[in-house]
Structure formats: C-alpha cells, structure tokens
Design a protein around this ligand. Structure first.
Ligand SMILES: *Cc1c(COP(=O)(O)O)cnc(C)c1O
Length: 387
C-alpha cells in the first residue's frame, strides 16, 4: 500500500468502529468534564477533561498519524498552538521567524518580544545570506511557514530544518496552508508541526482550533502536560466536529486545488492582473521546490490587481460567489485583502518589505463548480475595467 493510501485511510477511518459499549461505528462524543475512579486510589484512563478526553484524543491520534508524528496536542486555536510550540523560549532566547508570516503570528511574536519574553528576528528565509546571519546568532527556535501567507513563497523545509538543527535550534513548521494531505514536515526534519485546525483540517469554517504535533514522544508528553497546566486544551465538541472534517480532508483538498490551479491560470492571462502568486504556476519563483517538497500545490493563491486599491474596491464589490472574509480552507470560496484585513496588524514598513502591496488579494478556493468561480472572477475583472 502506498504511503498516500495509508494516510487517506487514516483520515477516513482512524478510530472508527471501536465503541465497546454499543458497537457504535462513529465514536460517541464525550462531553463529560470528569471521570469516575473505578476504585479508591485507582484512577481510570481519564480523570479530568482539561488534561485528557477520549474525543479529543481520537482527533489528536488521527492528526499525529497523518503528520507522521509521535503525538499531537489539540488546543483551542492556531494561536494557542503557536504559543505552545514556542513555550520553551526563555527571556533572552532568540526566535527566527519568517518576515511574511501569518499576521496573527507576527503580532504574537512582536508583542512577546516587546514584553521581554524572548527576542525575535524576522527574516526572508529564502534569502540564504539573511538566514545564515540569523542562524549565526544561535537562535533557540526557528519557525518556518510554507507556503507563506499571503505571497505563497515556498521555504525549503529539509534544508532550513537541517541548518536550524546545526545551529542548535528547534525547528517548528506551521503546516496550516497545505495540511498533512499535501505536506508532511516531520519527514523533512521538523521537530514540531503547528496547525490552525480552523482551516483545512476542519474545513467547514465552524470551529476555531489548533494542534501541535511532536516528532518525539517525550517532547509531545511535555507539551501535553504544559497545555493542561496553562489550560489551553481544546473542547471535546470542537474535537468531534474537527474529526468529522478530517474524514473528508483528502477529497476536499484535491478538488479545491484542482480548481485553484484553473483559477491561477485564468488570472495569469488577464491584463488587469499584474502578478499571480501560486506555486503551481511555472512562473512562480519556487515552482520547482514546491513540486519536490509538496504532494500538491494547494488551494490558496494571491494576485495583484494592476489598478491598486481602486481596482480592489471595484473587484471585491462585484464578486457574487467569493465572500469577502478572513480565514481559509473551508468548503466556501473566500477573498481577503491582506493589507486591510489579515495583515493590518503589521506595520506598513514591514508590510512593504514583505511585498504585500495595496492591490493584493488572496483567494481561498472552495468546493463550488469551477465554471461558476471563473464566471464570478470574469465578472469582477469586467467591473475593474469599467471602473
Ligand atoms: C489562521 C492561521 C493561524 C492562526 O490560527 P487560529 O486558529 O486563527 O488561531 C496560524 N497560522 C496560519 C498559517 C494561519 O493561517
């Protein structure tokens, strides 16, 4: 059996048909906060749901298997997952982070640094000299996010994690944009993988959640214990819904990326569009790397309207199927304007260094018919021309 088929089977059926009470094929949800001790001084497998819960554990086990990790810890958001993954940092320690990371990540790291909790340096990790200079300062953690948000730049995970480890740093990869269906960073050298399960893993835009997957069991154990200590473990209801989403991860992502590829090609051919950022396009600077490192190009893309902010206003106002909203990875297509939405927390200087221009729009491609989405974009581009 190929590795991909095994992962597909795990996503669809891990934990199915294991109910010992009634033989339920789909595991019942366990909302109980507390669990009975079978006898005095004899705890059962669970005692209190902040620490451990059967529903949450079934999801964690499934995600750990999909990421080829030893253990996953489910937490209440992607931001909580990043906090947990970075919890080994002490005052004075240095964190190397991508200059074009998720806006919320940028805010978290900058505010932690401002408060003296650790130091952070944001670098373009595709720039070999800049990365080498940052690693020469002996960071304790290197955070990688690939493909990056919103410009879809691809960082070489194998190379960067090897350099990070040689410098004595822990290598953490945010795998939210591709999901384990299309990229498994642990096999490429990551110590920890972080997810906003809010996105592709849940896939239905109805749960905020996060996960940290550890390559090493002892590290995973420590993270699980710390997540319980600080009280960030996710709710059982959220875990139940997210596991239901994970069941269809592969079919969703495959269909969504097929449509995304068609949209990228369509936009690239439009004179109103200055640039399209999609790793599946031969014109993308990291196309070859994406092809080697990923098992697909994903369902996220961004593009720059030649007319800047005015064009953006006309375009977004004319869309009928794409909804103007933050977030990504759901069954419905979304459009976001990074400078005023997802990346508004970034200061304008950092934004322009990262290449996030006023005409930039990001698309999360959903499960609608390709023809309908292309018609929607055609109509919106017409509105830009008539504007
Ligand atoms: C959304 C997102 C996060 C934060 O996740 P939340 O679930 O919103 O807290 C972190 N990293 C990336 C790449 C994201 O897209």
């Amino acid at each position: 059996m190929s590795e991909e088929r095994a992962a597909r089977t795990v996503a669809a059926t891990n934990g199915v048909a294991q109910d010992t009470a009634f033989g339920a094929v789909i595991s019942p949800i366990h909302l109980s906060t507390t669990f009975k001790f079978p006898a005095f001084e004899k705890p059962g497998p669970y005692d209190y749901s902040r620490l451990g819960n059967p529903t949450r554990d079934q999801l964690a086990d499934t995600i750990a298997k999909l990421e080829n990790g030893a253990r996953a810890v489910m937490v209440s958001s992607g931001m909580a997952a990043l906090e947990l993954a970075l919890s080994s940092l002490r005052p004075g320690d240095l964190l190397v982070a991508p200059h074009d990371c998720y806006g919320g990540t940028y805010r978290l790291l900058s505010m932690r640094a401002e408060r003296g909790h650790y130091r952070v340096t944001f670098v373009d990790q595709s720039d070999e000299a800049a990365l080498a200079a940052a690693l020469a300062q002996k960071p304790r953690v290197v955070l990688i996010e690939t493909p990056s948000n919103p410009l879809m730049r691809v960082v070489d995970i194998r190379r960067t994690t090897a350099l990070a480890k040689a410098a004595g740093a822990l290598a953490v990869v945010d795998n939210t944009f591709l999901s384990p269906a299309l990229q498994q960073p642990i096999g490429l050298g990551a110590d920890l993988v972080v997810h906003s399960t809010t996105k592709f893993l849940n896939g239905h835009s109805d749960v905020i959640g996060g996960a940290v997957v550890a390559a090493d069991a002892a590290v995973g154990e420590e993270l699980a214990s710390w997540a319980n200590t600080i009280g960030i473990t996710g709710s059982p209801l959220d875990a139940y819904l997210t596991l239901r989403g994970v069941r269809t991860l592969f079919v969703r992502v495959e269909q969504q990326q097929r449509t995304a590829a068609a949209i990228a090609a369509f936009l690239e051919a439009s004179p109103a569009v200055a640039r399209v950022h999609y790793p599946g396009l031969a014109s993308h600077p990291d196309h070859a790397l994406a092809k080697a490192q990923q098992s697909g190009f994903g369902a996220m893309l961004s593009f720059e309207l030649a007319g800047g902010l005015e064009a953006v206003r006309a375009f977004v106002g004319a869309l009928r199927i794409f909804t103007l909203a933050e977030s990504l990875g759901g069954v419905e297509s979304l459009v976001a304007h990074p400078p005023t939405m997802t990346h508004a927390a970034m200061d304008p200087g950092a934004r322009s260094t990262a290449g996030i221009t006023d005409g930039l729009l990001r698309l999360s491609v959903g499960l609608e018919a390709e023809g309908d989405l292309l018609a929607d974009l055609t109509h919106a581009l017409d509105a830009v021309r008539e504007n």
